[in-house]
Each structure stands twice: as C-alpha cells, then as structure tokens.
Design a protein around this ligand. Structure first.
Ligand code: T1G
Length: 695
C-alpha cells in the first residue's frame, strides 16, 4: 500500500506499489507525493521515473474509497497530479500492462510518457457511471485529439499503447520485450536538462470545425447514452476542453464528476463491478485450492443448449466432443454450430480463419466410449430427471477417474443426479443460459457432496469461458429460475386482473428489462414453462398459477417457434404483434373465474414483478442458496436482462428502501392470491433494523 523509492545514477525511480493493480488509495497517494518531493530536494537527482509494481502501472483511483472520506483526504489524486506536474525536474511515466482511469490521468500529469506496446490504456470511468475526474477529459484531447479522446472517454474501451504510438500521448513506445525501466531511465537521462519542461496543460485543443463537432457530439451521444447520464457529461467535459482555458475546463470536469458520483446509476455500476468479482469468492473454498486440468471437454446432447455450450469451449480453445444418440441429431447440432459462427463472420465479429479453427476443435460421436478421456462432461439433454440420471449412469461407467461430471439442468435436484453415480464428489451443476454461447451468466450449482476442488475448477473454468460464475445451492430453480417463477406468477395474475401481455411487457421494459415476461416466454418457448407447471402441479399443488399460460399452450401457441404465442408472428419477422385471439382468451378466462378486471398502473406492474423477485431473493439468501445478495444481483444482471443502471433486484430494493419494499409487499399480500406475498423473514428483519441486503 505504498510507493517505493530508489535512486539510480541521477534518476529517482518511484514505484507505485499497492497490489493487485496499484489502485491510487490514500496511502499510495501519500507515499507517491512524499517520494516526488524527496526527489525534488535531492541535488543528485536530475530526473524522475514513475512506474508501477506487479501487473499494472495503475488501475486508477481506488474505487473502494469512493463512499469513504479517504477519497477526499489529502493528498487527493488532484494534489498528487499537481505535485508531479509542478516538479522542477522532468517526470517520466513508464507504463506497462495497465494504465487506467486515475492511473492514466496521473501519467498525463507527467512531462513525458513511455510505454510497452501492449499496455492497455483506458479512461473507463464511464463504465462506472462517472467520468475521468482528475483532468483526463482536459488533458487527453490535448494529446490524442478530440475524436480519439471522445471515443475513449465515452466508451471506456481500452486501447493498446502501440495504437497510440503516433500521438503526443507517448514519447516512446518500445518494441515488445524491451526492458521498460532501463529504457525509461535512459530516456530520463536524455531529457534531464531539457527546458522548458513540457506540460500537457500548455497544449491546445484544436478542431477544424468546433461548432460542428459540438453539435454532432451532443446529438450523437444522446442516442448512444440511453438512460445513462455519464456519457452525456463526458461530452460536455470535452466541449469544455475545446472552448475554455485549462483551469476552467478542470472546474467543469470536477462539477460533472461530483454530480455523477452521487447518481444511483453510478452506484449501481460500481456495485456491479465489485459484485462480479465477489461472486468468484467461495468462503469455504480457499483461493489456492488446487484445480483439475481442463484440457478437453464433452457435451452430451447436441440441441440448442448443447451446441451453445460446446461453442464456449471452442471459443476458449478447448477441444470439445458432442455426443448424441442419433447421427441425424448430431449432424444437425454440428451444422447449427457452424451456422452460428458463419453469422458472426457475416457480422464482422469473427474471421473465416477463426471460424475454421474453432470448428476444428468441435467433433461429434455417437459412442460414450469416445468421450471417456475428457476432463469434463456437461450433460445437456431433455429436462427430465429419468433421462438425466440415465445419462449419468452411463457417464459413471465410462468416464476416466477424476473427470468432472456436470449437468446443465435449469431446475432439477443435482444431489439426486449425483446419487446415481459412484462419484458424487465429481458431480456439479453448470447451468448455462440460452443462448449459451452468448449469455454471460453461469450458475455453478454445488451439490451436497461436490468436492471443493471441483467447485474451484468450475469457477476457474467460468473465467476461462468468459462467463460470470455464481455459486448456487440445490433447490428447485437454484437462484435465477426460482425467483423467475414468482415473477412469472405475478405476470399471469396481472393478466387475470386486467392487463394485456403487451401492457405488462411495455411497463417492465420501460423500467429497463431487456424483454418483458411474455416476449421472453415466446422466445424461450411457452412449452418449457408448461412442462414445469405440470411437474409442479404434482410436486407442489399449493402453488397457484393463472391458467392463461396453460390455455395458450393447449392451443399449440408455443411462441416464436410455432409462429404464435402470447403474440402473433409473421414468417421471417421476429416482431411481436398483439393477438386479439389471446387478449379475448384472457378476458374470457377472467370472466369464467369471476374476476372483475380493472385498470392496472405501470407502477403496480413494476412493483409486483420486481418485488416478487426481491422477496424470493431474500428467501434464497436466508436459506443460504445464494452466498450473498450481490450474487443474486449478478444473476439477474448477467442472465435475465435486469437493467444494469439499477444494480440488480437486491441493490434496487436497497435504493428504494427495504421498509418501502416491505410496505408494498404487505399491500399486495392483502390482495388476490395474497399468499404469494408472504414477506421473507430476512426482508422484514432488515427493514425493521433499517439495514440493506448489500451490507
Ligand atoms: N479500485 C479498487 N480495486 C480495484 C480497482 C480499482 N480501480 N481495479 C481493480 N480492483 C480490484 C478488483 O476489485 C479485484 O479485487 C482486484 O483488484 C483484481 O481486479 C479520478 C475516479 C485494472 C483491468 O475502472 O478494469 O480512476 O476481487 O480481477 O482482471 O478519474 O481490475 O481481488 O479483491 O479486475 O487483472 C477507474 C477498474 C477507477 C479500472 C485489472 N479504473 N479495474 O483486471 O483484475 S475510477 C477502472 C479494471 C477513477 C478517476 C476515477 C480491472 C483491471 P479482488 P481484476 P484483472
């Protein structure tokens, strides 16, 4: 948590040293200011090199300090940067690996910058709902020009240093493998006596057509920003850089930064940043738990899910074998994979070479013996316990010792599946979300006997597959689908009581969901839920549903795949057209049930759908099925299209205030099917104690 100092010849070397990414927390800032001053006072020192220890120059301001007084405790990041900028001896920033956010802004305050070619350069603050608040919006356009600066600041996308080698940002970008520190010291010696010292603030921001830039930038960002205020503020800060003197531009940037920091959007995005990283931590599985090698995989079932899962392995460079019972199904599955890749090539997201490379990694077979040596198998057959247990009996017979046997079940009991094998410690749930090669979420379902090394391996694999792995305990629906069940029950009741499918969908999509429940169900297939409700009617007859979904399926309206569902569809057109037939069916059903339909507000629709998620989430948390509230948020942010600027259902409830959520739940509990609204004891307790789900 500091900055190291040493003098080599006439050059002072200051090394930021706050693992893992040299976040510019208070201690590090203080040590760095101290070191710059020390170098300034040492007559033997003619120049200063500033660099970072370990795997980064610096990942930026320490985001963990944002909600604490430390962020504004001197020396602030501004003080550190002005200390560097006002140094009477040249300061050279030597950048490797990562220079992001405040870390890059610190480098912009130096007189010179040198870098390794692959160093990732970014001002990613916009991804946290803020903007570069330590001069980045004023200095970056002075070095790389307005358009490049706007692209980097409004998207937050990292750029390798070598891509910026031709700009004034870097005085040197060394060849791969060069010794950065030695080169930087040599550079520092070379410029030690050059005066005046170059300062970024002394450069001008130029543009051939400033007025046009301003109008186009403002117009363009409004469309791109959606509900997020930060990108719009980024443009205003850049316009200040173009139109105002440096110091005044800094003031505009500061005001915008302080405003954005307090928005719920930014708090939500910062919450998600840490939630994603927290999810990979399993309290009783130490971070250094040995993991099993995963150099090959096999997927059982070449359907939509199986094919998508196989693509994840091919994308990660892991050879994968698809196993099917019939050649026709296998051929169809392999052809679908190739077609998916061809679509990516058409969209320019994949090269033809990459397509061929990935297809080389995907093979097919009809024989279990052929997959015996795979390090992991993932079963993705029909969602039926008898079918799945038969597959696991086969796998138990043929798979090599130590192979991980995973099931992609979306609701079934992983313990029952494990019980049919002689190796329950090797069995785990890996619940991918459709389309499996696209959706980031991976629910890692821990069986009662799943080995800790298997769990650690699954979490490491989720990162390798670029998924967000979230550990769930065994229950019907794990985390996401168990909560979705209550969400869909409310959606059905809303139809009975007065809504149409499009009214419910529009309301929740206005709240920010990517897709409302009825459009989503038409996409996934209404028969999926139909099958689950039939199973539930036997297992949990007390669970009451609106019958409209069953009536829909009895008419064969399974959704897009049958050209009709809650909505009507036209061939080749995925647009959902409201269906008079379905709307009449809903009204008729309510009449038969003696339900007096009423006008229902969007607010009620949103509360009933979102608080149904929150209430069930609280039960899941209390039962220990989810390890932490932020895990539940990650499930909904990465698997169910919950609006990212609201931070997930549990974080959103925290922002609304748990007493307000509880009050609404109690109100709905006094209405029709009030039994569905029995408040979770944890929610009641936290609301009474004035606490939050997310600590
Ligand atoms: N502050 C605090 N902790 C951070 C951090 C940061 N800036 N960046 C990473 N960490 C933690 C992270 O939570 C994790 O912790 C560990 O470091 C490894 O992270 C004024 C105000 C740098 C590309 O947005 O993009 O500067 O889980 O797993 O994959 O304008 O971290 O181990 O306990 O992600 O190698 C702007 C955010 C801040 C960059 C490294 N900077 N970080 O990726 O490691 S705002 C950012 C990243 C700012 C100024 C404003 C990545 C990375 P733990 P990791 P990685």
């Amino acid at each position: 948590m500091s900055a190291d100092y040493e003098v080599r010849g006439n050059v002072a070397v200051i090394t930021l040293n706050n693992p893992p990414v040299n976040g510019l927390g208070l201690e590090t800032r203080s040590a760095a200011v101290e070191a710059v001053r020390k170098a300034g006072m040492d007559p033997a020192v003619k120049a200063i090199v500033l660099t970072g220890a370990g795997k980064a120059f610096s990942g930026g301001a320490d985001i963990r300090e944002f909600n604490s007084p430390k962020a504004l405790t001197e020396p602030t990041l501004h003080t550190l940067i002005s200390t560097v900028e006002s140094s009477e001896k040249p300061v050279v920033a030597a950048i490797h690996s990562v220079a992001m956010g405040g870390g890059l802004e610190l480098a912009l305050g130096c007189n010179y910058r040198v870098a390794t070619p692959e160093a990732q350069i970014a001002l990613p603050e916009v991804k946290l709902g803020i903007l570069p608040g330590a001069g980045g919006t004023q200095r970056m356009p002075r070095l790389v020009g307005l358009e490049q600066a706007m692209q980097m600041i409004t998207t937050g996308t990292p750029v390798p240093a070598e891509a910026l080698a031709g700009t004034a940002l870097f005085d040197e970008v060394y060849r791969p493998g060069a010794d950065l520190l030695a080169s930087a010291i040599a550079f520092a010696n070379k410029v030690a006596d050059l005066r005046p010292l170059p300062k970024v603030r002394d450069r001008k921001v130029e543009h051939a057509q400033p007025e046009l830039f301003i109008s186009q930038a403002r117009e363009g960002i409004k469309k791109a920003a959606g509900p997020f205020p930060a990108p719009v503020a980024c443009v205003e800060a850049l316009i200040a850089a173009l139109t105002l003197p440096f110091e005044e531009g800094l003031k505009v940037e500061r005001e915008l930064f302080l405003k954005l920091k307090e928005t719920n959007e930014s708090k939500s995005l910062r919450h998600a940043f840490f939630a994603e990283r927290a999810a990979s931590k399993i309290p009783d599985v130490p971070a250094d738990t040995p993991t099993r090698k995963i150099a090959s995989a096999a997927v059982i079932g070449a359907g939509t899910m199986g094919g998508g899962i196989a693509m994840n392995f091919a994308n990660a460079g892991i050879p994968v074998t698809l196993l099917e019972m019939k050649q026709e199904a296998l051929d169809k599955g392999l052809a679908t994979i190739r077609k998916n890749y061809e679509t990516s090539v058409k969209r320019g997201k994949l090269t033809q070479d990459k397509l061929e490379q990935r297809m080389q990694l995907v093979t097919g077979t009809l024989a279990y013996e052929d997959i015996a040596q795979a390090d992991i198998t993932i079963e993705a057959v029909f969602e039926d316990m008898a079918v799945k247990t038969e597959v696991f009996r086969q796998l138990d017979k043929v798979m090599k010792p130590g192979a991980i046997l995973a099931t992609n079940t979306s609701t079934l009991d992983v313990n029952k599946i494990a019980a049919v094998t002689g190796r329950p410690q090797d069995v785990i749930g890996l619940h991918f979300f459709s389309p499996a090669n696209v959706m980031k979420l991976l629910e890692i379902v821990r069986g009662a006997k799943t080995g800790k090394d298997v769990l650690a391996t699954a979490m490491a694999l989720s990162k390798k597959l670029k998924k967000t792995g979230v550990v769930a305990g065994v229950c019907d629906g794990f985390i996401g689908n168990r909560m979705l069940e209550q969400y869909l029950r409310q959606a059905g009741f809303l139809l009975d009581e007065g809504c149409t499918p499009e009214q419910v969908d529009k309301a929740i999509e206005k709240f920010g969901f990517a897709m409302g429940p009825f459009r989503m169900s038409d996409l996934a297939g209404n028969d999926v839920g139909w099958y689950i409700r039939k199973r539930r009617a036997i297992e949990s007859p007390e669970l009451v549903y609106s019958k409209t979904a069953d009536l829909l399926c009895e008419k064969g309206r399974f959704g897009q795949k049958t050209g009709a569902g809650w909505y009507d569809y036209k061939p080749g057109d995925r647009h959902a057209y409201p269906s008079q037939l379905v709307n009449d069916m809903i009204v008729e059903y309510a009449r038969e049930q003696g339900i007096e339909r009423r006008k229902i507000s969007d607010e009620e629709i949103i509360e009933r759908l979102v608080y149904a998620l929150v209430n069930e989430g609280a039960k899941i948390l209390e039962e220990g099925i989810a390890l932490r509230a932020s895990d539940i948020d990650m499930v909904y942010l990465t698997g169910y299209g919950f609006p990212s600027w609201r931070g997930g259902p549990m974080f959103y409830a925290d922002c609304v205030g748990l007493p307000n959520v509880l009050q609404a739940i109690e109100k709905y509990g006094r209405g029709r099917h009030g039994e569905a609204w029995a408040p979770a004891p944890l929610l009641v307790r936290l609301a009474v104690e004035g606490k939050r789900f997310n600590g």
